[in-house]
Design a protein around this ligand. Structure first.
Ligand code: ADP
Length: 707
């Protein structure tokens, strides 16, 4: 799979007559004389899919690209995408603004594109770029500074007539004073770090009784994450939707709204599905939102791409300004789908000093023609375990075919490593349909073709969302996943045919490797009366929400070169003709009632099967003798690290008696803090790791004393 097949950017619409008019009008206001310089060479100060995405547009316009990488990223796709690539070294070096500016100067780059995250909303960096004579492909540093502070941005918005959530966002941080303000707002209230981002430093206080504890917790997380523990208090909207407007402004006072995106489907206050237009939004509200977003951008002297985020109260139909993100968003492709524009190209044009390519009316004409766009973020994470991030090598990747209406923006290909050091997003799958219903159907169909093995992913969960009736009806809100928990996490039964195919795959593999069991699968050869194989295999269901399920047994008997009998409990499939392609990992079998093509991949102790658009994960039980041979420690009495992580805090010590669910250790992995709670009541025998230690997934953290 080549990079170009991973990235499909919707082409810009051809300029219309009206489009040319905009340029003429703008040039009268001084375009030609103020036009800065052509950005013929840029540095991309980012990694992964967004670095590749920006590079794609640059390549389309003949712009030379310099890329950066760090030690863990040295073989990643973005690092390999340009011959002009520089190693920054350490994991966190994407944040080393001074060094990056130095490299840009040395390489003769005229501009720096910061992508999202990292330095994209760092006003000091934007300012330094400007001072070094390099164009920061983003807004003016002052606008970043004003919008980066949730309190200050609200003051500016209120002054510009943009409604904000009722609350207190002043300087007085006295806990008692803040509590009095919370009383006035009335509970529940939301406490938010003013420098917050990514849902961090945010706590709900449902009543006066819990206000102080939640305040302390928000402040401490804010201090750890942003080095600033100032907070604001606002009304907590109980059935909110997250609706944001994509705006673009140029240097000549032109500002357009490129439609809205509904990003209400979230977990841990972070988006996983985004769509445009927002479902069931009255047209007057939609137009009002766009107008308010444009006022917001104009109020801060904005230039370039920005997103004005609103919280929409589903009960009252009111919307309020939440914050403005002064960069390109992860979900920008949704807008590209419905407007037919390349937003990265717009960013470059604006940064060069060109006027906006389209007027508001033209944008609206495009939107009216384009239908519905949806993006699903594919993450290495485990929805069944609270969406905790996962990492590791992508041992198998098969992507859906891309078309005009199906786009994939990915940072990885098969064989790449999803690093525990960075965000675990693998790719974004973006589709367009004539209607919302069609878009959801297309998304579901594309997800069914998306196969990823290695780290656990959220693909199955996304499929469940696409089938969820209330989602299909557009009844979205930020609490959707919590409210539909039972339906979305319903365990999936493993069909006998899946088990049969997995067992056949194990046999095929063994026969490919000269009848010597190579798969490590616990199976016993129970007879070699002829040269044909006969095997009894066991697997453990591992798809249920509570982890491992029951053990399943299959008996396979080879009766001819490519013919087998398969027995699962009472069920017997006779004379199944079967073969496996060792390159694609596809097992093709002709059962008496159906033909099945199943991809079966093995990753250490896990077998992953893809059959009829569904992914199944089965654990292979290890024989005791094998555990001993591998020197595996008995970890039965220990609490294990659920993912590669750093220990932030240890809340217990040896000898402590703890209750079930009592916090034991706080860990950090991929920008997320997780509290590890006690699975049982008991006595702590030993703390295996101390604060600051880096641990691999599955490492014991705390040991319990024997009962
Ligand atoms: P961050 O910058 O940390 O992402 P935001 O202010 O953008 O924080 O809010 C993130 C999410 O938190 C929103 O998308 C929404 O789901 C929820 N949220 C924010 N403000 C409120 C509120 N006042 N009431 C209810 N939910 C809120």
């Amino acid at each position: 799979m080549t990079i170009s097949s991973l990235l499909r950017i919707t082409p810009r619409l051809a300029p219309t007559a009206a489009h040319r008019t905009v340029r003429t009008v703008s040039s009268v206001s001084g375009t030609n004389s103020t036009k800065q310089k052509t950005l013929d060479s840029i540095l991309i100060a980012n990694r992964g899919e967004i670095a590749l995405r920006v590079g794609q547009t640059a390549a389309e316009h003949g712009i030379r690209v310099t890329t950066l990488y760090t030690d863990p990223d040295s073989r990643s796709q973005h690092a390999l995408s340009s011959p002009f690539a520089f190693n920054l070294g350490s994991v966190s070096a994407y944040l080393d603004g001074d060094r990056i500016i130095e490299i840009a100067k040395k390489e003769g780059c005229r501009g720096i594109h910061p992508g999202y995250g990292f330095l994209s909303e760092n006003s000091a960096f934007a300012r330094k770029c400007t001072e070094a004579g390099i164009v920061f492909i983003g807004p003016p540093w002052k606008a970043i500074e004003d919008m980066g502070d949730k309190s200050r941005s609200k003051e500016i918005m209120l002054a510009a007539g943009v409604p904000c959530v009722p609350g207190y966002h002043g300087h007085n941080q006295d806990p008692q004073f803040l509590e009095t303000e919370a009383d006035k707002i009335k509970y529940p209230v939301l406490i938010k770090a003013i420098k917050g981002g990514g849902g961090k430093g945010m706590r709900i206080a449902s009543s006066k009784a819990e206000f102080q504890a939640q305040l302390e917790s928000a402040k401490s997380e804010a201090m750890n994450s942003f080095g600033d523990d100032n907070v604001l208090i606002e009304k907590y909207i109980t059935t909110p939707r997250h609706i944001e407007v994509q705006v673009f402004a140029d240097k000549y006072g032109n500002c357009v709204a490129l439609g809205e995106r509904d990003c209400s489907i979230q977990r841990r206050h972070q988006k996983i599905l985004e769509e445009s237009p927002a479902p069931h939004l009255p047209d007057t509200t939609r137009k009002d939102l766009w107008a308010k977003a444009r006022s917001a951008a104009l109020a801060v002297g904005y230039e370039g791409a920005g997103t004005v985020e609103f919280i929409f109260d589903n009960d009252s139909g009111e919307f309020y300004f939440m914050e403005m993100n002064t960069r390109l968003q992860v979900e920008h492709p949704v807008t590209e789908m419905v407007t037919g524009q390349d937003l990265v190209h717009w960013q470059i044009l604006v940064a060069e000093g060109s006027p906006l390519p389209l007027t508001q009316e033209q944008v609206e004409e495009n939107i009216a023609r384009s239908g519905h766009g949806i993006e699903a973020r594919i993450y290495a994470e485990n929805p069944n375990q609270g969406f905790i991030p996962d990492s590791g090598r992508l041992i198998h990747v098969r992507t859906p075919a891309t078309t005009e209406d199906v786009r994939i923006d990915a940072g990885f290909v098969e064989g790449d490593e999803v690093s525990a050091h960075y965000d675990p997003m693998i790719s974004k799958l973006i589709v367009r349909g004539k209607t919302r219903e069609e878009a959801i159907r297309k998304l579901g169909a594309a997800l069914e073709q998306y196969e990823v093995a290695g780290p656990v992913t959220n693909i199955e969960f996304l499929k469940a969302l696409c089938r969820s009736p209330d989602f299909i009806d557009g009844e979205v809100e930020t609490g959707y996943i919590e409210k539909h928990r039972e339906e979305l996490f319903a365990p999936k039964p493993i069909e006998d045919e899946v088990l049969a195919q997995v067992a056949l795959a194990c046999l095929h593999r063994d026969s490919h490797s000269a009848a010597r069991p190579s798969s490590g699968v616990s199976g016993s050869a129970i007879g070699f009366a002829s040269s044909y194989m006969q095997r009894q295999l066991s697997f453990i269901e591992s798809t249920g929400p509570n982890g491992d399920g029951q053990t399943l047994h299959v008996r396979v008997q080879q009766i001819a070169d490519q013919t087998f009998n398969v027995e699962i409990g009472e069920r017997v499939f006779e004379q199944v003709e079967s073969r496996m392609d060792p390159v694609s990992h596809i097992v093709t079998s002709f059962f008496p009632h159906t033909r099945l093509d199943t991809t079966v991949v093995q990753d250490e102790d896990t077998v992953i099967a893809f059959q009829r658009g569904v992914q199944y994960r089965l654990a292979v039980p290890r024989a005791k003798w094998m555990e001993k041979a591998l020197g595996m420690k008995d970890v039965a009495n220990s609490v294990l690290a659920p993912m590669p992580c750093k220990i932030l805090r240890v809340d217990v010590q040896a000898g402590d008696l703890v209750e079930k669910d009592q916090p034991l250790v706080v860990i950090e992995s991929m920008k997320m803090e997780t509290v590890i709670r006690s699975p049982q009541q008991g006595k702590i025998a030993r703390i295996v790791h101390k604060e600051g230690d880096q641990c691999k997934s599955g490492t014991p953290l705390v040991e319990f004393a024997e009962e």
